[in-house]
Structure formats: structure tokens, C-alpha cells
Write a protein that binds this ligand. Structure first.
Ligand code: FMN
Length: 218
């Protein structure tokens, strides 16, 4: 059985909960990724983390102290302050595949997703630092990330390429903790006119379907 961990970062609901409103584009793409994975792997066990309906707190002083305190020196206060991080890291460790959906907010990942990153980036749990070098501790996992951008032109050679602090950052974070197999799907110009947006979404979903139609090792 393949286990996935799905993380959704848009403040807007996905198609299942949009109730007549425009559904989140990034969540819609991640739904297509999840459908592709289900078709390819058969039944999936999915843990869902909706960072909009279940937001994570920013890390606190005691959380950081707990991150750097050896297990035998932890007290109840530090254990309580790091309990959420423990849970989120356990979800990551249990997953074979990570599926993340995120919109661009102010040229970077939403604060909701940054809060998750701050909880799971943890020395000797998800990365190590030895002999002056960092190494990722999460092995044999892959990630699929669905990105949505309001403007267009963030791709290679595009006029906004250098403004994209979302995709290069998230890719680097995943690589840093050991997840080097990262596949990205994007939709751009979601704030354009409806016909342009519809065409962009159709093309993005067809791209995802083509990816998962392959018979290789996904
Ligand atoms: C608070 C906020 C900030 C945004 N900042 C940017 C931005 O810096 N660049 C951009 O291209 N689009 C920006 N957008 C547009 C979103 O990235 C775009 O609408 C995206 O498709 C939303 O994804 P969603 O439908 O999954 O929520 C912003 C939207 C919001 C709500």
C-alpha cells in the first residue's frame, strides 16, 4: 500500500468545498495529481493537512529550544512545545509520496506553508549537520508539487522568472531534507480573463494526466 501525505496551502477551498465559487487552482491541480497517483498505484492511504482550515502555529522560543535539546534532557515544557513538530515529522516519515499544493503569495510560499516548513525542518530529525556538511535524513521518498501563479511569465526565460521565490525555495527545502525526486506542475496567469484561465487549467491538467499515463516508475 502506498501512503501519501497531502499538504494544501491555499487560503481558498478546493473543488469539493468551493460551493459554487471558483475553486482553488492549486488544490484542483493537486486533486489531479492524487487521481493520477491512485490510477497508477491502486488504493492509496492519504493523510491530509489542510493548512487553511487547520493552520499551524508559528514556532515559539520553547519549540526552538526543544529542537536543539538532546532527548534525555527534554522536560515536559519542551516536549509539549515540540509535540506538533513530532506529529508533522511522523506524517512525513510515514509517507512514500508527498503531494503539496500552493499558490504564490507575494512572490513566495504562503505563510501557512512556511509555518509547516518551520515545524518540520529539524536538526537530527529531517536533516543533519556533520563535519561542516548538511545532509537530508528523509530517504526513498518523492514529491509532487502543484503551483499556481496569478501572473504569467515565471517560467525559464520569462520576464518574472527572477521574482519566483516560491518554486526554487520549496524545491530546495525538499532536496535539503533528502527528497530529491521532485516533480512540479504549474498553472500561471490565473488572474487573466476567464477564457485564458480555463485554457491554462485544461493544459495544466492534461499535462498531469499525461505524466501519470506513463507506465514507468512514478
Ligand atoms: C495574498 C495574495 C498574494 C498574491 N501574490 C501574488 C504574487 O506575488 N504573484 C502572483 O503572480 N500572484 C499572486 N497572487 C495570485 C495568486 O497566486 C493566484 O491567484 C493563485 O492562482 C491562487 O491560487 P489558488 O487558486 O490555489 O488559491 C496573490 C494572491 C493573494 C491572495
Amino acid at each position: 500500500m502506498t501512503t501519501i501525505l497531502r499538504i494544501d496551502a491555499s487560503a481558498r477551498p478546493g473543488p469539493a468545498h468551493a460551493a459554487g465559487e471558483q475553486a482553488s487552482f492549486s488544490r484542483t491541480l493537486a486533486d489531479a495529481v492524487q487521481q493520477g497517483l491512485t490510477a497508477h498505484h491502486g488504493q492509496l492511504v492519504a493523510t491530509m493537512r489542510d493548512l487553511a482550515t487547520d493552520p499551524l502555529p508559528a514556532i515559539a522560543d520553547a519549540t526552538i529550544k526543544g529542537f536543539y535539546t538532546p532527548a534525555e534532557a527534554m522536560d515536559d515544557r519542551l516536549r509539549a512545545a515540540t509535540a506538533l513538530s513530532d506529529t508533522l515529522i511522523a506524517e512525513l516519515e510515514a509517507a512514500d509520496i508527498l503531494v503539496i499544493s500552493t499558490p504564490m503569495y507575494n512572490f513566495a510560499v504562503p505563510a501557512a506553508l512556511k509555518a509547516w516548513i518551520d515545524q518540520i525542518m529539524r536538526i537530527n530529525r529531517t536533516f543533519a549537520y556533520e563535519n561542516g556538511e548538511f545532509s537530508g535524513l528523509l530517504k526513498r521518498k518523492r514529491a509532487y508539487v502543484a503551483y499556481s501563479y496569478g501572473a504569467g511569465g515565471y517560467g525559464d526565460g520569462g520576464p518574472l522568472h527572477s521574482y519566483d521565490f516560491m518554486r526554487p525555495y520549496l524545491t530546495m527545502i525538499l532536496n535539503f531534507i533528502g527528497i530529491e525526486d521532485v516533480t512540479s506542475f504549474t498553472v500561471e496567469a490565473t488572474t487573466a480573463d476567464p477564457a485564458t484561465v480555463d485554457a491554462a487549467m485544461v493544459a495544466a491538467i492534461e499535462g498531469i494526466e499525461r505524466h501519470f499515463a506513463g507506465t514507468g516508475d512514478l
